[in-house]
Design a protein around this ligand. Structure first.
Ligand code: DCP
Ligand code: MG
Length: 483
């Protein structure tokens, strides 16, 4: 099996024995957009924020790059260079989904996978059945697997005896390339290239080095380490190591040490109920609590379960795996509510309601940065962030859905009264300008739940995970109709 590690395989073993892949997707955001809209294939495409005059290019297809367009350029400049360029608004949810799925593909080959950014990862192949002899074949098989799972997406893979070398060579044959630098070949490849080709060496260091007469990697490798140390301190030694292609840093899987497998909440109703609407409200509140915990801890999950216990203590628990990862209460609620409707029969008195999200993955910090940079445009995320902030400051019950207000006191009081939760505190707060702002934010929050059922379903893979869920539901319903 290619994916198995031998017992003695571990990250951090001496560099000449290691075999590392660095995988970097080509024009990632742009390629995902083209995959979702095949009509854009072969055209110059850029992915931006909202189509305002001030938006910046996040990604450019290789066709757009032929006009000199690149990431971080203003969209105005991009249109000046190529008036017929097609600008698409970014869909962070989709990129996160694809990114997490890609990590799964890599994990078929190795248990040690380190996501480095939203579209890059290191894969420790040391100790797997991938060797220096068959590594190109393995790399091509991974690329095929990616294409099979996500038609049109291509990756460039760098293979080296450590992370530094793998990362430095993955861009050699972009797009869709495989570049291999075997142990001992580093200087032949990089010796004559400028020092800025070293991963992490920027213009400032290059200027400082050029003042010492060093411009190429080969010259840096030959430069006395003591002098580098005098000029750059400990960084001087690191510069020397990098110039000779040495790096012993381990490939660190992000899931290491992740103790949490699932997050859930249950609530025993103060009195058994035959009213499914009341159980729905409990479910909504529980989904909100679960999603809030997930966001606080930085987890996303893709398996949602619902549990009901009836007055006769009989219980039913069902789960559904969704096609993307989420930390949003509206998604958790919607899936759990569907499960509840499917598995509750009128006449059964409900005693307890529970909801759980599993299949958890921790959002690597670097991914979170990308995610939130992109998600700044997403008003629902803004709303969730505002609500989280209010709750951090004023407590969990400081803000709630309008739909729950009238029922909260009744539903959330326990039979003994000790678990009674009073009406939401924000209702009793004086409404100053800050509160007014919060209330206007809440307008969207109030409306979100009823709207779930009324927004038309977009065809195919659509703009947000939530839309994808709706689409999936429609498909399910169609299938159920046929059966
Ligand atoms: N990104 C961004 N803003 C930037 C740079 C990148 O939002 N200034 C996003 C969009 C990219 C993704 O991150 O698609 C991955 O970044 P890369 O640097 O790997 O760029 P691409 O994958 O787009 O292109 P390449 O084929 O050069 O890797
Ligand atoms: Mg990339």
């Amino acid at each position: 099996m290619l994916g198995r590690h031998r017992k003695d395989a571990r990250p951090g073993v001496p560099s000449n024995e290691r075999l590392i892949f660095h995988i970097d997707m080509d024009a990632f955001f742009a390629s995902v957009e083209v995959m979702c809209r095949p009509k854009l294939k072969g055209k110059p495409v850029i992915v931006c924020g909202k189509p305002t005059t001030r938006s910046v290019v996040a990604a450019a297809s290789y066709e757009a790059r032929e006009y000199g367009i690149h990431s971080a350029m203003s969209s105005v400049e991009a249109f000046r260079l190529c008036p017929h360029v097609i600008a698409v608004e970014g869909n962070p949810g989709q990129y996160i989904y694809v990114s997490l799925e890609l990590l799964r593909i890599y994990k078929e080959r190795s248990t040690i996978v380190e996501p480095y950014s939203i579209d890059e990862a290191f894969v420790e192949m040391t100790g797997t059945e991938c060797t220096w002899e068959n590594c190109e074949e393995v790399a091509r098989a991974i690329k095929d697997r990616i294409r099979e799972r996500f038609p049109g997406l291509t990756a460039s893979i760098g293979i080296g005896p450590n992370k530094l070398v793998a990362k430095m060579c993955s861009g050699f044959q972009k797009p869709d390339g495989v570049s291999i630098i075997r142990p001992g070949e580093f200087t032949a490849f990089f010796g004559g290239r400028g020092v800025t080709n070293i991963w992490g060496v920027g213009d400032k260091t290059a200027v400082a080095l050029s003042l010492m007469g060093v411009t190429t990697i080969g010259e840096l490798a030959a430069f006395p380490v003591a002098m580098l140390r005098r000029r750059f301190g400990i960084m001087g030694e690191i510069l020397h190591m990098m110039a000779v292609g040495r790096d012993d840093t381990p490939v660190t899987p992000y899931f290491e040490g992740m103790p949490v497998k699932s997050m859930g909440h249950e609530h025993t109703l103060p009195a058994d109920t035959w009213d499914i609407a009341e159980a729905e409200r409990v479910l909504l509140r529980l989904s909100d609590q679960v999603a809030r915990r997930m966001r606080k801890k930085g987890y996303l999950g893709n398996v949602i379960s619902m549990r009901l216990r009836f007055s006769d203590f009989d219980s039913v628990g069902r789960q559904k795996k969704i096609e993307f990862y989420t930390d949003e209460e509206r998604v958790i609620y919607r899936v759990a509510r569907d499960l509840m409707h499917r598995h509750w029969r009128p006449g059964q008195a409900i005693r307890l309601v529970g909801v759980n999200c599993s299949g958890l993955v921790r959002i690597p910090e670097v991914l979170q940065i990308d995610l939130f940079r992109q998600r700044e445009e997403d008003s629902h995320r803004k709303l969730l962030a505002a609500i989280d902030a209010i709750r951090d400051k004023f407590g969990e019950h400081a803000i709630t859905r309008a739909r729950l207000i009238r029922h909260d006191a009744k539903t959330w009081s326990s039979t003994t009264g000790s678990r009674r939760v009073s009406e939401p505190r924000f209702l009793r707060m004086g409404v100053g300008s800050g509160e007014r702002a919060n209330q206007s934010l809440m307008a969207g929050w109030h409306d979100a739940a009823p709207n779930l059922d009324t927004v038309p379903l977009p065809p195919g893979l659509s703009s947000s995970p939530f839309d994808m869920l709706r689409h999936q539901d429609l498909e399910d319903r169609k299938r159920a109709g046929k059966e």
